[in-house]
Design a protein around this ligand. Sequence first.
Ligand SMILES: [Zn+2]
Length: 181
Amino acid sequence: MLRPPIKHCKNCGTAVAYRIPDDGDTKERAICPVCHTVHYENPLNVVGTVPHWGDQVLLCKRNIEPRWGKWTLPAGFMELNETVAEGAARETLEESGAQFELQELFSLVNVPRVGQVHLFYRARLLSDTFDPGFETIEARLFTEAEIPWDEIAFRTVKETLERYFADRRTGRYAFHAIDVL
Ligand SMILES: [Zn+2]
């Protein structure tokens, strides 16, 4: 999931070189030798939900790489011109076709190694029938005992699910800030 290095200038198309800019910056950036544009790279947000129905949680079996065939919570990259909540709802609808009501923000997971921040809301399902899109092979509900822990696509999803079921046992849902290092 690491982003490949920038190869060409977004402004003029010239091959860029990675070096520390001359302006007091301390990090290497992709810099264009012709038009001198500095290409800053910043973390991306992955936004999604923990959709729940009674004591079950909705997982989607991935029909796309990476981690084809593994199970995940519905989530994906946030788009421009949307809020975190809008992105989480959009991804949930696209990947599962579920009907749901978005609830509180549940987890924020830093993944500095790949430059990502993952954000999951709890979502109350309004129906237990789903209509997944092309990115999903199958969308189905799992109790905690049924969760295929060894077949979960991403550590951010596993960490979020573990905290969800732990909170569910206590009956109180907290906000969780998690670092995956
Ligand atoms: Zn350029």
